[in-house]
Design a protein around this ligand. Structure first.
Ligand code: HEC
Ligand code: HEC
Length: 216
């Protein structure tokens, strides 16, 4: 993460994190993916969840945006992402399978209830796709995506409970995620995606990322 991004954030967090850490210890016993689903269904059916999720997300808005559309390059949009996938990733930051200077610490201060309501809140938001830039690049990316990635991520890249939504994601973040998977070391590893990413030619990555960022 760049220093530029960190400076104003440290200021914002110094105002917000102190009262949180002084609050009573919250329940953060990890849940399994199977346990998330009924919790998410229950929370989605409860009309109070969206407001609770927005409240719980106050520490996240600075980077991921109020409507789940990130405010900076290399920070992922969370809008429209599958809520089970979001919770699984939050769990990964919590137990160290995924690391990020800020995410890893922040996640620990959230209760399971906050995590569930935030995931439902962000899943309900709409990602804002990028405008089509280089049409040839986008067309090449589409071709590669449909032959290599759509079997798991879906023909419209909307993902599933275990596979990330990629449609409307920021191109810079997609590029970085694929580079991390290829390298297969901290901050992020996944055996399936490492195999896939290593089969891509270097020129495929910007093309696929450009294509995905334009999808609704
Ligand atoms: C300082 C900026 C910052 C703040 C504040 C922040 N995040 Fe993040 N978040 C990031 C970055 C950067 C990544 C991508 C890390 C990586 O490349 O693996 C990320 C990744 C994520 C992901 C994974 C998304 C995916 O597509 O895999 C989730 C889920 C997430 N954040 C949730 C949250 C929640 C919930 C909060 C509030 C408690 C929060 N973030 C606060 C910067 C931030
Ligand atoms: C065999 C199934 C499979 C295939 C094929 C596949 N993926 Fe994935 N992908 C996954 C899974 C599972 C994850 C979640 C991994 C994790 O938790 O880190 C993922 C995650 C990702 C992420 C991270 C998204 C985020 O929000 O952080 C990106 C980017 C990605 N895949 C791109 C691709 C691209 C591009 C292709 C085609 C070249 C592709 N994937 C093909 C299963 C697949």
């Amino acid at each position: 993460m760049s220093k530029q991004r960190i400076a104003p954030l440290v200021l914002a967090l110094s105002l917000t994190v102190t009262p949180l850490s002084a609050a009573p210890v919250k329940q953060t016993t990890p849940m399994t993916a199977e346990e998330y689903e009924p919790r998410i269904q229950q929370a989605t059916a409860n009309p109070k969840t969206l407001a609770a999720g927005k409240r719980a997300a106050f520490l996240c808005l600075y980077c991921h945006g109020e409507d789940g559309n990130s405010v900076q390059e290399n920070i992922p949009n969370l809008a429209g992402q599958n809520p089970v996938y979001l919770l699984t990733q939050i769990e990964k930051f919590g137990d160290g399978r995924r690391t990020d200077a800020f995410m890893s610490g922040l996640i620990k201060s959230l209760s399971n209830e906050d995590r569930v309501s935030m995931a439902v809140y962000y899943a309900a938001m709409r990602p804002i796709p990028s405008k089509t830039g280089d049409e040839r690049l986008v067309a090449a990316g589409k071709k590669r995506y449909l032959t290599t990635c759509s079997g798991c991520h879906g023909p419209k890249a909307t993902g599933s409970k275990t596979v990330a939504r990629l449609a409307g994601q920021r191109a810079s973040y997609l590029t970085e995620a694929l580079a991390n998977y290829r390298a297969s070391k901290s901050p992020r590893t996944d055996p399936v995606m490492t195999l896939v990413a290593r089969k891509l030619a270097p020129e495929d990555i910007p093309a696929i990322a450009a294509y995905l960022s334009t999808l609704k």
